[in-house]
Design a protein around this ligand. Sequence first.
Ligand SMILES: [Zn+2]
Length: 135
Amino acid sequence: MSQNKASHWYAFTHAKCPHCHHGNMFINKNPYALNDLSKMPTHCPVCGISFFPETGFYWGSMYMSYMITVLFSAISVVILGLISGWQIYVLVIGNTILLILGFPVFFRYARVVWLQLNVPFNKELFIKYETSTKT
Ligand SMILES: [Zn+2]
C-alpha cells in the first residue's frame, strides 16, 4: 500500500518533521524504549528546522496530551461498555491500565501534534528531498 508522504497524516503517524516530512522527530523510533522516550534532535536531520523553536515549547503539548487521552478514554470506555456490558468501575480500571500502557505513545504523539500545529509544511522542500532520495 503506497502512502502519500506529503500528507499531514503520514507525517503524524510516522512522527516525521512537519516541515519536510522526511526527518525523524525522535532519535529512537520505539516509544517503549523509555530511556529515549523524550530524546529528540535539536534540529531536523534532513531540512535543519529547529524542533525546539523556543524555551519551554513542549509545555503546550500537554494540552494535546490531555485532549488525546480524554478522547481515547471516552471512546474506549464507551466501546468497551457497549461490547462487554461491564460495570463502570471495571471500565474505569481497564481504561486506567490502557492509559498507563499507552503513555509513551500518547506522550510522543502529543509532541508530534504540537509541532505540526506550529510548523508549516514546505511542499517545495518536500519535493526537493523526495526527488533527491529517488535518484
Ligand atoms: Zn525536516
